[in-house]
Design a protein around this ligand. Structure first.
Ligand code: SF4
Length: 719
């Protein structure tokens, strides 16, 4: 099967058994790969339990591994909240949990945890090294996914699988090893308690390269793994795939203390620079006693070069050559190569895009300059990149602060600096770089961590937070922020409440005014892009299938980075503080983006240089499936509606397609002063275009059936 390995690995951790299922051409054609394929696999796993009205495993049996702590949090999240108003998050969170629609418990054994690659993963195409991790989110209760670069995705494909579906719970901590097509579960007792970096290092060392009797050559244009970094031309020093001719290095995805302690926004970390941050996928791994996944491919170990067939390898190679040259010319990719994602701070400061003091201020004197590109350069030691990416947006830094000394360490990205920095009134860049490193080691999503701290600080200031005295006047205190990150990861003291995220915390406070200053949509904290500065992001956040997210569609690219694909309806007017036509644009960026950034799976940073037609050409050169653009957009609509429908099954409705009041509050100054998006107008346009009933928030049955999602339509009618 061109473009794929054609195999999906299934792992039952409870029974300790493996099975394989073929990836059929029909499924590949309809769901493409990545989180599109994962959503299909997830739905197929859970639908029988929902159809028979009862889970295979009771929620009581499936309660959290670490018992009291997360068990209490889980119960608290589902308890009635006296006095809570009918705000979207409160309503939505009432649906999270054990009753009826709660199957599977996000932290129970039945929740399928799915790793998936796409048809471009492991090919020569630049900016296509990504893989996805997916499950029902323990933070939001709806569809959860995160999308990661680096070297793990290509290696998983070289190891023999397009996707891995993990269910059950191991009796003791384990890690999953997939070594040249052979899966095994290995004891991880000695790794439990270690941070993500230590775990990555130990497992890379334990399963490290061995001498080979022969090298490899690509038979067909798929990239032989040994070539992966040498062909790049960028100065990669992060997680190189090959250790030299004939030698292979395993790639690792691991959780840290936050995942082990079921922090609802725990991340899974690959290498030291690639974080599956959003929606708590690290907690899902922790709930399964799954400390890590280690993958290593066959090529270069004396066996045959075990890559995968491509429909038109020469065409793919030619396109890669053109795109590598383009990456050197394109304004966005050049800027990313020069400054990394930190360039977003300088631009964001001008247009009012950066959250300041829990999204309540539009400007902050000259402080933002301290955390921008200029300040960052003082600590920069080198750059890094992902598998075969000519852009090289990763940074490495050397810095000392708060008792930590980092030497040539993975440098924090824009989102980390924005959410832990200005949003908490911290402009101490060395401290923020240390905080980024600490959060990565603990395995925390820095966006939700920052959003939750900002929320808690304000709740403490308003006297709403029981036991919150320590947080009064906490703004600007970098050392306290670092302590709180650790408290969250270990669920210590107040950190136990913070570890459930700000929406659950607000619900626990139980007062209507506690909902006024949340930054969440559907329970997920907003990233560092202000919808008042860029109106398209308002409707993108409100309708994203995983909550407030700038990567869930191509709206960020269209509104911030000049992505243009008029052939697919993605044609922004470039007027960031205009809401006109953004509802229609939102539908177009969801359809194209569901394939582009999630199923194909192209990086939404460097990959912004591709058009819709080029995406189709790449897919066809890899798979030979002969897609038209219309078919690709139909795939995008199918994938998007499936994820949305999964959320609907858990109680999500149109009341959840909203922004919290704080993100719609006009600002007094800064680049977005006085600007508020017309969310209602954009939503009305979007519901109509999307085929969703604005009263229920559910797709019309004929829309789902037309996309081949009849089983989902039937289930939704029954709920
Ligand atoms: S642009 Fe950056 S994040 Fe994206 S693939 Fe390239 S190096 Fe990785």
């Amino acid at each position: 099967m061109n473009g794929y390995r054609g195999r999906i690995l299934k792992v039952d951790l409870s029974a300790g058994v493996f099975s394989e299922t073929p990836l059929t051409p029909d499924v590949a054609r309809k769901f493409v790969g990545g989180s599109g394929l994962a959503a299909h696999l997830f739905f197929e796993e859970i639908a029988p339990g929902l159809e028979t009205g009862g889970p295979r495993t009771s929620v009581a049996q499936g309660s959290s591994r670490s018992g009291e702590v997360a068990g209490e949090a889980h119960a608290a999240a589902n308890a009635p909240t006296p006095g809570a108003g009918p705000a979207p998050d409160a309503d939505y969170l009432a649906a999270l949990g054990p009753a009826g629609r709660g199957y599977p418990d996000p932290l129970g054994p039945d929740n399928p945890f799915i790793l998936a690659t796409g048809p471009l993963t492991g090919t020569r195409i630049p900016c296509a090294p990504r893989f996805t991790v997916s499950a029902r989110s323990p933070l939001t209760g709806i569809w959860g996914e995160a999308n990661v670069g680096g070297f793990f995705g290509p290696e998983l494909k070289f190891a023999g699988y397009d996707a891995v579906v993990v269910t059950g719970r191991a009796a003791r901590p384990v890690y999953l090893l997939i070594d040249r097509g052979k899966p095994s579960l290995e004891p991880a007792d000695d790794l439990w308690g270690r941070d993500t970096y230590e775990t990555n290092d130990l497992l890379a060392e334990r399963h490290g390269p061995r001498a080979s009797s022969s090298g490899t050559a690509a038979p067909d244009g798929a990239v032989p793994p040994e070539e992966a970094t040498s062909a790049v031309g960028a100065t990669s020093t992060v997680g190189a795939t090959s250790a030299g001719p004939g030698l292979r290095r395993p790639q690792v995805l691991a959780i840290g203390p936050a995942g082990e302690n079921l922090v609802r926004f725990a991340a899974a970390v690959h290498g030291k620079h690639h974080v599956a941050g959003r929606t708590g996928m690290g907690a899902v791994m922790g709930s399964k006693n799954l400390k890590a996944v280690v993958v290593r491919g066959a090529g270069g170990l004396g066996g045959r070069p075990d890559t995968f067939p491509l429909a038109d390898p020469d065409r793919l190679k030619d396109m890669a050559t053109v795109f590598i040259a383009r990456a050197k010319e394109n304004m966005v990719t050049r800027s990313l190569g020069e400054a990394g994602t930190i360039m977003g701070m300088d631009l964001g400061a001008l247009i009012g895009d950066v959250p300041i003091r829990n999204w309540s201020l539009g400007a902050w004197g000259d402080e933002l300059e301290k955390v921008g590109v200029g300040g960052y350069c003082n600590h920069l030691t080198s750059e890094g990149t992902c598998f075969l990416c000519p852009v090289g947006c990763k940074r490495k830094v050397t810095v000392e602060a708060l008792g930590h000394s980092l030497i040539n360490a993975a440098g924090a990205d824009y989102e980390t600096l924005g959410c832990l920095g200005p949003n908490l009134l911290i402009s101490d860049l060395p401290a923020l770089l240390v905080a980024g490193e600490v959060a990565n080691r603990l395995g925390l999503d820095t966006i939700t961590a920052g959003g939750t701290l900002a929320y808690a600080y304000e709740a403490a200031d308003k006297g709403l937070l029981d036991g919150g005295e320590r947080l009064k006047d906490a703004w600007g205190q970098a050392a306290l922020m670092l302590e709180l990150l650790e408290d969250m990861a270990y669920r210590r003291g107040l950190g136990n409440d913070l570890a459930d995220g700000s929406a659950i915390l607000a619900r626990r406070i139980g007062k209507p005014e506690a909902l006024e200053f949340l930054s969440t949509v559907k329970g997920l904290e907003a990233p560092a892009h202000d919808p008042r500065a860029v109106h398209g992001m308002a409707v993108a956040y409100a309708t994203s299938t995983r909550g407030a997210c700038h990567m869930n569609s191509l709206m960020y690219g269209a509104e911030h980075a000049g992505v243009s694909a008029p052939e697919a309806g993605v044609d922004s007017d470039g007027l960031q503080q205009s809401s006109a036509g953004k509802g229609l644009l939102n539908k177009a960026v969801q359809d194209l983006g569901s394939v582009f950034g999630q199923a194909a799976i192209l990086c939404q940073l460097g990959g912004n240089m591709y058009s819709g037609d080029e995406l189709v050409a790449m897919l066809n050169a890899s798979t030979g499936l002969g897609y038209t653009l219309a078919e690709v957009l139909e795939c995008g609509a199918r994938i998007w509606h499936l994820k949305r429908g999964i959320g609907n099954l858990y109680g999500m409705g149109s009341r959840d397609d909203r922004l919290p009041p704080r993100l719609l509050m006009p600002l007094d100054d800064g680049g977005a002063a006085g600007s508020t998006p017309d969310l209602e107008g954009m939503l009305a346009e979007w519901y109509e275009a999307r085929g969703i009933d604005p009263k229920t928030g559910r797709a019309k049955p004929e829309v789902l059936k037309g996309l081949g999602l009849g089983r989902l339509a039937t289930l939704l009618c029954a709920w």
